[in-house]
Design a protein around this ligand. Structure first.
Ligand code: F0G
Length: 455
């Protein structure tokens, strides 16, 4: 059969509250045209993030009922530990309440003024946690990763030539080399197995640990299986084990590819680093067998890890994004190609060419998607990245809108509805207004800034 159906049926549903366009215009105005300030029950299709928004399975809810809440040595921890180890063969597995907590702990140990941490592209919390220690976060993405129309299969690869030159010059200042899989900030594009291993080799040649930001490891493994020569006959768990076999550690947000609503971990091989990390964990997260989570959350992660490597699930998951990209592309909406693993990225700078970057074309499109169809998305562009520390502004590299797909939440007809809303916007796209910011905090302004349309 050609139709790829959702590989699940639905036992428990949540209602979507339908709103009208005039109601949404009023709500968006009341939110000062910032979609983060909307109440979630005023949103019909919420594509703000794929993080912590997964639908859990009956098996996950079931295992939560038998979760054990002992402070130390809970059986839930040992089930979590075994499930993580089954895919990621690290010596020390340290649970945290989410991904950024793992990053904060890691860089409280490895960071510091004068340090430089290279990666393909650091996610913004990773960058934040590195910079908070006085260190520098350096992005070394391959050039094709910056071209929305380049169809290369692994646009999330780290640029090995630049990494080699960077290490030759700065190795003394580098505490570790990182790679993010998939590359969220770069459109959810994967890194190849070959690239991951080659980056690890460069790190090791300089005696440095290689750390993987693993949030979307299963989606990355799916792309390796289907795009990397010689990998198509391997199972997803086998590819995952291979991806991590030359790494010295990982940071993980279980809110993505562990199919849970909260959770994460830090894994390390080095005993001394792990000892320091656990000491820090006890101060900031909790005892090392729960790390800021309830025992039941650890069980949900263990079960989620077994489910996320299922090939029927991953095929459906990635196909949803491909379908949206194909349909939007066919109607002339500029999108990043090929489709990423967790999201569809629309190139708003190109589509809203009449709105200059400093009037935020991505933001304008995000507002229009909400007003037209109750769809909530995020701008990834000049609002998010355009403010310099001195308060001045410059255009970001791209002005994108991210449609992040929650896992197992929306169905094919929701996808068709999204396409229809874009189709409706098409006719009036040239009239969408630019925006100005009326109030903003000094950092991370996209979360709380207030806006006004310029018409
Ligand atoms: N690394 C990557 C690549 C991420 O995408 C995220 C979160 C984190 C680390 C931090 O994990 O949220 O559990 O603390 N990304 C979310 C997003 C927020 O919407 O892309 P966390």
């Amino acid at each position: 059969m050609k139709t790829i159906i959702e590989p699940f049926r639905i036992k428990s549903v949540e209602p979507i509250r339908f709103t009208t366009r005039p109601e949404r215009e009023r709500l968006l105005r009341a939110a000062n045209w910032n979609t983060f300030a909307l109440h979630a029950d005023d949103v019909m299709i919420d594509l703000l993030t794929d993080s912590g928004t997964s639908a859990m399975s009956a098996a996950q809810w079931g295992t939560m009922m038998t979760g054990d809440e002992s402070y130390a040595g809970s059986p839930s921890f040992w089930r979590f530990d075994a499930a993580v180890r089954d895919l990621f063969d690290f010596v020390h597995i340290i649970p945290t309440h989410q991904g950024r907590a793992a990053e904060a702990i890691l860089f409280s140990i490895l960071g510091g003024a004068g340090c430089k941490v290279p990666s393909n592209t650091h996610f913004d919390t990773t960058r934040g946690n590195i910079e908070a220690t006085g260190a520098e976060a350096v992005d070394l993405l391959v050039p094709e990763g910056h071209d929305p129309n380049d169809l290369s299969p692994f646009k999330g690869n780290i640029d090995l030539g630049r990494l080699e030159r960077f290490m030759a010059e700065y190795a003394d200042d580098v505490p570790c080399v990182m790679i993010t899989v998939t590359n969220n900030a770069g459109g959810g594009q994967p890194a190849s197995l070959e690239n991951i291993h080659a980056a690890a080799d460069i790190a090791h040649a300089h005696g440095k640990p290689f750390i993987i930001d693993a949030c979307r490891f299963a989606e990355n493994a799916h792309f390796i299986k289907h795009r990397e020569p010689g990998q198509e006959h391997r199972s997803i768990p086998d590819i995952v084990r291979d991806m991590f076999s030359t790494a010295d550690g990982m940071t993980m947000s279980a809110k993505k590819d562990a199919l849970v609503n909260i959770g994460g971990w830090l894994a390390l091989n080095d005993a001394e680093l792990a000892m320091k990390a656990r000491n820090r964990l006890i101060m900031t997260e909790g005892f090392p067998t729960y790390g800021g989570l309830a025992g039941r959350d650890l069980d949900a992660i263990a079960q989620g890890l077994a489910e996320v490597v299922d090939e029927d699930y991953l095929r459906y998951r990635v196909r949803t994004n491909e379908y949206l990209v194909e349909r939007l592309d066919a109607m002339g909406v500029p999108v990043i190609k090929p489709a990423g693993g967790h999201a569809v990225f629309v190139d708003a700078r190109t589509w809203l060419a009449h709105v200059p970057p400093l009037q935020y074309p991505g933001h304008s499109l995000a507002c229009a998607l909400y007003e037209a169809g109750g769809i909530r998305t995020t701008e990834i562009g000049t609002v998010m990245f355009g403010r310099r520390p001195d308060g001045s502004e410059q255009p970001a590299a791209m002005d994108l809108v991210r449609l992040a797909m929650p896992r197992r939440v929306y169905t094919q007809s929701h996808a068709d509805y999204i396409v229809e809303v874009f189709d409706e916007l098409r006719a009036g796209v040239a009239e969408l207004p630019g925006y100005r910011i009326t109030e903003e905090p000094p950092a991370m302004r996209h979360f709380t800034a207030k806006f006004e349309p310029l018409t």
